[in-house]
Design a binder for this molecule. Structure first.
Ligand code: ADP
Length: 552
């Protein structure tokens, strides 16, 4: 359950955390969009102001500023449009605010087209160029020549003229103009008047036509400009409505996202709180369980210790009994052997001799086993170590062989000894243990071989100036050991399958004991065997060749 809680915790942190992050990003976008609509509103107001200014001033600069504000407004709209394409949610919000989506597209198209038309600004009210009159002149045939005639008034000096001036007496020099026709005709005044009238009439007509033209042109211009201004004001109105649509859609978009963000983060927090609470409850339960089991474990441990003590007590008792039994068995068994030997020597009957051989074999096996059991029970808990004494190695092994030879003969086995131990090799080691190894291995060879041969080979090897190795091989031609048994042969209480084939009174302790002893001598032991072919055991033990040195 703790694992499940942790898994949910991680799920909440990663997956729901990701969701929250996604909403947060959208919220940031919505804020950016809000800024865009604010900018659009500002650009829109600027555009309106500049247009009004231009209408009053007709200044190109104002018109230019108006277009710049429009361009900015259009860029803002395009950005909002782009975001709308990537955000289905904003699209949904927009479509909710604009009932007729076609209307929005129309609106946008109109903005675009008016914007395009704004690139061709209205012609400023210019004066129509005046066309020079082309009326007919009837005076072509009249060449006027002017002759000036002045009367002869005598020129006065300065003071004379001043005097006249004070008196108000003016002598004016009169000039007169005489007009003559070029064709030297005499001037007919009535003809001139007629011509003058005609000319004036023609001028009137021309100017009336010109004035009318100018009036028409002015009217047309005024119409064009009105169209232009109405387009621009329409554009402003549409832009305003579009900004409003955007503003409200983005506002909704933002508030929806905020709501969703709050919901998601409160969900996440709720899950987190529940998980922590659950974890605390679980930990509490686990703590109680741990306490309970610890207490139980203590109780069981106490009981186990009690039981263990009881077992140890019983085991010690069993060992004591076994030790006593094996110890007390040895003397009668030895006595039986003595009497068997006596009867053997006194009888000539071959059948009785054969029986006696079998009885002696069984009796000797029992003796060996009681020795073994005694050894095992006596030293089971004691730390095993070598008890060293000085002896001649060749003599020691010789006496072991001598003791065991009669035993080997009970099974009609041929005993072949190859002894290469130097005569004078004195060693400082544990002869009792060496004795035990030999008795066990030779005893086994005899036990599992009948009417065969047992080869004992003894070799020494110098290791260093203080140590020699005794390498011993015992090979028999007996029943052998199966491959499956070979691996376990050194385990305590292990007996091979062939043990049943022979009259084996053993307990499966011999080889285990031998291995332990060989290791005490820093040596090694190996076994080779083939079922029904025979067994070969080789062991090496290291012995001190100098009683000053102590390798063990
Ligand atoms: P046991 O008391 O049974 O002899 P050991 O530990 O001495 O116990 O030997 C273990 C087993 O190893 C024996 O039961 C037997 O199956 C096998 N074994 C030992 N030595 C020989 C041998 N020389 N030939 C055949 N089997 C052997």
């Amino acid at each position: 359950m703790i694992q499940v809680i942790i898994a949910i915790f991680f799920y909440n942190e990663f997956v729901n955390g990701k969701k929250l992050q996604f909403i947060k990003n959208q919220l940031e976008d919505s804020r950016a969009l809000g800024k865009l609509t604010d900018n659009s509103r500002k650009d829109f107001l600027d555009a309106q102001e500049y247009l009004q200014k231009y209408m009053v001033s007709q200044d190109d600069k104002d018109l230019q500023a108006y277009f710049q504000s429009l361009t900015k407004l259009k860029i803002n709209f395009d950005k909002i449009n782009d975001y709308e394409k990537t955000s289905p949610r904003l699209k949904k919000n927009l479509s909710r605010h604009v009932k007729d989506t076609e209307q929005t597209t129309k609106l946008k198209n109109l903005i675009d087209s008016v914007y395009q038309s704004s690139l061709n600004p209205p012609a400023k009210a210019q004066d129509k160029e005046y066309e020079p009159p082309k009326y007919k002149n009837d005076f072509d045939d009249i060449k006027i020549e002017t002759h000036k005639y002045a009367d002869t008034i005598k020129k006065k000096g300065l003071f004379g003229r001043l005097k006249d001036a004070v008196k108000g007496k003016v002598d004016v020099q009169k000039e007169s103009t005489v007009i003559t026709l070029t064709n030297n005709k005499t001037i007919d005044i009535s003809q001139v008047k007629t011509k003058m009238d005609n000319t004036i009439k023609s001028m009137d007509k021309h100017y009336a036509a010109e004035v009318k033209k100018v009036q028409r042109y002015a009217a047309q211009k005024q119409k064009d400009n009105l169209q232009f201004y109405s387009n621009f004001s329409k554009l402003l109105v549409y832009s305003n409505s579009l900004i409003e649509v955007y503003e409200s859609a983005i506002r909704d978009f933002k508030s929806e996202l905020e709501k969703e963000y709050n919901q998601q983060s409160s969900d996440n927090n709720k899950i987190r709180t529940y998980l922590v609470l659950g974890l605390m409850i679980l930990m509490f339960i686990v703590s109680i369980l741990i306490m309970y089991f610890t207490r139980m474990a203590f109780i069981y441990e106490r009981k186990l210790n009690e039981a263990n003590g009881e077992i140890k007590k019983n085991l010690n008792f069993k060992n004591r009994i076994l030790g006593m039994l094996s110890h007390d068995l040895r003397s009668p068994l030895k006595i039986i052997n003595i009497f068997i030997d006596k009867i053997y020597r006194s009888t000539e009957d071959e059948t009785i001799k054969d029986y006696l051989k079998s009885i002696k074999f069984t009796n000797s096996t029992l003796l060996l086993q009681s020795n073994q059991i005694l050894e095992y029970t006596k030293n089971q808990d004691a730390e095993k170590k070598l008890i060293q004494s000085e002896f001649n190695l060749k003599n020691e092994i010789g006496s072991i062989v001598k003791v065991i030879t009669p035993y080997l003969e009970t099974r009609n086995n041929k005993f072949v000894i190859t002894d290469r131990i130097p005569e004078d090799r004195v060693v400082f080691s544990d002869n009792i243990r060496i004795n035990q190894i030999f008795m066990n291995i030779l005893g086994n060879a005899n036990k599992f071989t009948e009417n065969g041969q047992i080869d004992l080979t003894l070799v020494t090897e110098s290791i260093d100036k203080n140590t020699i190795s005794l390498i011993t091989t015992v090979a028999d031609t007996g029943v052998g050991i199966s491959e499956s048994d070979l691996a376990k042969i050194f385990d305590p209480y292990y007996q091979g399958i062939v043990s049943d084939e022979v009259d084996n009174l053993g307990a499966g302790l011999g080889l285990n004991l031998v291995k332990e002893i060989v290791e005490l001598f820093n040596g090694e032991i190996s076994i080779e065997s083939k079922l029904h072919k025979g067994t070969k055991i080789t062991f090496r033990i290291n012995l001190n060749s100098n009683n000053n040195g102590n390798t063990n």
